[in-house]
Design a protein around this ligand. Structure first.
Ligand code: PRP
Ligand code: ZN
Ligand code: MG
Length: 226
């Protein structure tokens, strides 16, 4: 879209688990911002790099559409949306520039605590609630399991208690949410953490150089942390 844009734009989560660590990491790269009154946009003051504060699920689309040049987002969100694109016969749109070492979690299949778990074949004919239909669908196909997928955009964990599903496939971090809903994780489908992502195609020279500069600073910041 904005081919002539000469400032780099990075999408980060507005609220949620990745919001603060993402800003802190960028600040440790020497960036400072002036925030717009509606808190949707941060204008970079030390570098021509601006932040867009959005819902994490919107970040891959903003990158794919060229509205943003980079994004800090969970690898799970990126993989799900890329999986959906590929499933629809479209090309992969994203590249993972760096893994950022925070926001670790895993996409897991979880079943009621009372189930005796033996193998994925137990899920045949069952309903599985998830917000990750592409990643779950790929795993079901690979395992040769014919299950029904119920798509929910949130509160997936309560679906079994509501009789809406038999099992779920959702993100697990501490495991507290599963435990609170009498569910237990039985298979890990995908390991995730926050990543710096960009489009698969190259940026124009000016913004490409800004990305290079940012990556050098980021690598320095990540080295100090580890
Ligand atoms: C995620 C996930 C689970 C929860 C797991 O939701 O969907 O609900 O965290 O974390 P735990 O294992 O530490 O309990 P989150 O609240 O991050 O965001 P969401 O609104 O996108 O579901
Ligand atoms: Zn989300
Ligand atoms: Mg949740």
């Amino acid at each position: 879209i904005p081919a002539s844009r000469d400032r780099l734009r990075i999408a980060i989560q507005k609220n949620g688990r990745l919001a603060e660590p993402a800003r802190a990491l960028l600040a440790s790269c020497g960036m400072g911002w002036r925030e717009s009154r509606d808190r949707l946009f941060c204008y970079g003051e030390s570098l021509p790099v601006d932040l867009l504060l959005v819902r994490d699920d919107d970040i891959p689309g903003l990158i794919a559409d060229g509205v943003c040049d980079l994004g800090i987002v969970g690898r799970n969100v990126l993989a799900e949306q890329d999986g959906a694109r590929i499933g629809a016969g479209r090309a992969s749109a994203f590249r993972e520039w760096r893994a950022l070492g925070f926001g670790a979690c895993r996409l897991a299949l979880a079943v009621p605590e009372g189930w005796e778990w033996k193998s994925p074949a137990q899920l045949s004919g069952k309903r599985i609630a998830t917000s990750y239909p592409a990643l779950l669908g790929r795993w079901l196909t690979r395992e040769g399991v014919d299950a029904q997928v119920a798509l929910l955009s949130g509160s997936v964990e309560i679906a079994p208690r509501l009789g809406q599903a038999d099992a779920i496939c959702d993100l697990v971090s501490s495991g507290a949410t599963l435990a609170a809903n009498q569910l237990k994780p039985v298979v890990t489908l995908f390991e995730s953490e926050a990543v710096l992502a960009g489009p698969i195609h190259a940026l124009d020279a000016a913004r490409g150089e800004l990305v290079e500069l940012l990556l050098r600073r980021l690598d320095g910041a990540l080295r100090i942390r580890h």
